[in-house]
Design a protein around this ligand. Structure first.
Ligand code: GDP
Ligand code: MG
Length: 151
């Protein structure tokens, strides 16, 4: 069982796409462990996108991701990281296949609707950057089969 950090970017929130995007991951069979509508602080944005510091688009990226609310989520599932990246589609909208989230909804390389962790290490860092442990359900068997909810 793997955990991943998925985040609907400010363009997705502004376009009122939260419901239909959450639906895709529920339909796929992933388990939602936590979610919140929040605005990334400058510090959170810098930690989240540390690997891109110094790239030509970095300033634009930080400005965009802090420009409005994001919908941050933690999901659990078998190969949730690779599977959600496949569901998101390629970064470049020209290469994002129809049927994927970016393929269906993005036309811009920057404003591309959704973020998803690319490795277990990134997932751990990105989750810790945006959630307190007490805000998340414990990972484990499907929530429907548990005797209680939040720990
Ligand atoms: P991702 O893992 O598919 O989100 O892509 P990357 O890790 O390569 O890039 C992180 C984010 O930076 C992307 O999702 C885009 O929002 C943004 N980005 C990447 N490349 C470019 C670019 O060439 N131009 C602009 N404006 N933004 C970019
Ligand atoms: Mg990335």
């Amino acid at each position: 069982m793997e955990k991943t950090f998925l985040m609907l970017k400010p363009d997705a929130v502004q376009r009122k796409m939260i419901g239909r995007l959450v639906q895709r991951f529920e339909d796929k069979g992933f388990e939602l462990l936590g979610a919140k509508l929040t605005r990334m602080t400058m510090k959170q944005a810098e930690i989240h996108y540390a690997e891109h510091a110094g790239k030509p688009f970095y300033g634009e990226l930080i400005d965009f991701i802090t420009s409005g609310p994001v919908f941050a989520m933690v999901w659990q599932g078998e190969q949730a990281i690779a599977m959600s990246r496949t569901m998101m589609g390629k970064t470049n909208p020209l290469e994002a296949a129809p049927g994927t989230i970016r393929g269906d909804y993005a036309t811009d390389k920057g404003l591309n609707v959704i973020h998803g962790s690319d490795s277990p290490e990134s997932a751990e860092r990105e989750i810790a950057n945006m959630f307190e442990p007490g805000e998340l359900l414990p990972s484990g068997p499907p929530i429907a089969s548990r005797s209680n909810g939040l720990h």
